[in-house]
Design a protein around this ligand. Structure first.
Ligand SMILES: Nc1ncnc2c1ncn2[C@@H]1O[C@H](COP(=O)(O)OP(=O)(O)OP(=O)(O)O)[C@@H](O)[C@H]1O
Length: 260
């Protein structure tokens, strides 16, 4: 097992970086199904952190605990220095406006145009943006960031799978979030389109300075995008390190993740 350590990210050590998300000793069970058994995780400012875990290992449960959609049995969860357990619904909503989500399979509303899909989070989090008379500049900028400014009035059905994912990415950044959660960002895409999405994720991080938590089974995605990877096994952060550190591991459970 690789223990947590201070890994150099760029010129500074992550130890000097601000902690954006802090999870300590997270436990969650459903009856006899003990999903999280003392999971720990830190996401540092500006970092791309990948969490890998088998299907059913508790990645979604962990994310739900992070955004206050599920109450842990035990443990400490803080996001941008807010202890989640102390926040009321209104404060949680304010916090969520600083988090962009890229859901598995894009999750666009089929009956809405691209513009309407992007306006959706703007309406939901009106407080963050204040009174806006014209949403067009916001929609345009987000679409430009993913190279799809010409699709504003199209319906999702008129877009390819890769374009839908890019629109979903534009929707994730429209509120200028400080953190983006990516849930399987490359699932269902061919290798070339996956590469394009990963490149966009990198360019968005550079442009907006976001911190990213990426959940993926895609080893290539993890290799290219991650500065650090956490392997979630049996409800704990079983191993942690850079891609190149982890692929050298002799541990069978770690190796299983990187077999193609
Ligand atoms: N609300 C719930 N009630 C009961 N069991 C639940 C609930 N939510 C999740 N679980 C259980 O928790 C376990 C972890 O589920 P979770 O959805 O977090 O897995 P995952 O790692 O995200 O999987 P996948 O990669 O397939 O999305 C599963 O056994 C699931 O059945």
């Amino acid at each position: 097992m690789i223990m947590e350590k201070e890994i150099a990210v760029g010129p500074e050590s992550v130890k000097e970086k601000k902690v954006i998300i802090d999870i300590k000793g997270l436990y969650k069970s459903f009856g006899e199904n003990h999903v999280l058994n003392g999971f720990n995780m830190k996401l540092y400012e500006g970092e791309n952190l990948v969490v890998m875990g088998k299907s059913g290992s508790g990645k979604s449960v962990m994310i739900k605990c992070l955004v206050g959609l599920m109450e842990p049995d035990k443990g400490y969860v803080s996001v941008m220095e807010h202890d989640i357990s102390t926040l009321d619904q209104e404060s949680l909503d304010v916090l969520r406006a600083d988090i962009g989500f890229l859901f598995q399979g894009s999750a666009l509303y089929d009956s809405m145009t691209v513009r309407e899909n992007l306006e959706f989070p703007m309406r939901r989090h009106r407080k963050k943006l204040g009174d806006i008379e014209d949403t067009t500049p916001f929609v345009m900028e987000a679409l430009e960031s993913v190279g799809l400014e010409h699709t504003m009035e199209l319906m999702p059905a008129e877009l390819s799978g890769g374009m839908k994912r890019r629109v979903a990415l534009a929707r994730a950044i429209i509120l200028r979030p400080k953190i983006i959660f990516y849930d399987e960002p490359t699932s269902g895409l061919d290798p070339i389109t996956s590469k394009e999405i990963i490149e966009l994720m990198r360019s968005i991080q550079k442009k907006y300075g976001t911190s990213s938590l990426i959940i993926t089974h895609d080893v290539d995605c993890a290799r290219v995008i991650s500065e650090r990877i956490i392997l979630l096994v049996d409800g704990v952060n079983y191993a942690e390190g850079s891609y190149h550190e982890l692929i050298k591991s002799k541990d069978a459970k770690v190796q299983a993740f990187f077999k193609k």
